[in-house]
Ligand binder design. Structure first.
Ligand SMILES: [Zn+2]
Ligand SMILES: [Zn+2]
Length: 139
């Protein structure tokens, strides 16, 4: 068994308001969804998973741990029917590239295809809302 509670005290972070106050700690990779981080809450003595976007505050050590983690978790480039990597101007390639760029900000990755619930535009895999950027602005 891995000794999860023997974690690095430098890798702390604080969460947004809906969670409890105080420091939480990065433990590693939960191997659930791309970009998810396995963490520990000493206040509640609980293990949980988070994405970068849920973090409110963190030291430089944590920031760089996450930067490396997200780079390593970037989903592979899409391929064509013969397994050859796609390139521009393929729409699938461009969609993937934009999704990867946003992935570095949200740390979230939805593996399937989703569309905006209002206008139907295809959403980036790393987009965390149900509506696209344009429709969100109008609400
Ligand atoms: Zn907590
Ligand atoms: Zn929309």
């Amino acid at each position: 068994m891995r000794d999860w509670l023997n974690f690095d005290k430098k890798l702390w972070f604080e969460l947004h308001d809906e969670h409890c106050d105080g420091k939480h700690y990065i433990l590693g990779n939960p191997h659930t969804f791309t970009g998810r981080i396995f963490a520990y809450c000493p206040q509640k003595d609980a293990f949980f998973n988070i994405s970068l976007e849920e973090i409110k505050e963190m030291p430089t050590e944590t920031e760089y741990w996450i930067k490396g983690f997200i780079s390593g978790n970037e989903p592979s480039r899409p391929v064509d029917e013969e397994g050859k990597p796609l390139a521009p101007p393929s729409q699938d390639y461009i969609h993937w590239e934009e999704s990867v760029e946003l992935f570095h900000k949200t740390g979230y990755w939805y593996p399937g295809e989703r569309h905006c619930e209002i206008c139907g535009v295809k959403l980036l895999n790393s987009w965390t809302e149900f509506d696209c950027e344009n429709c969100l602005d109008k609400n």
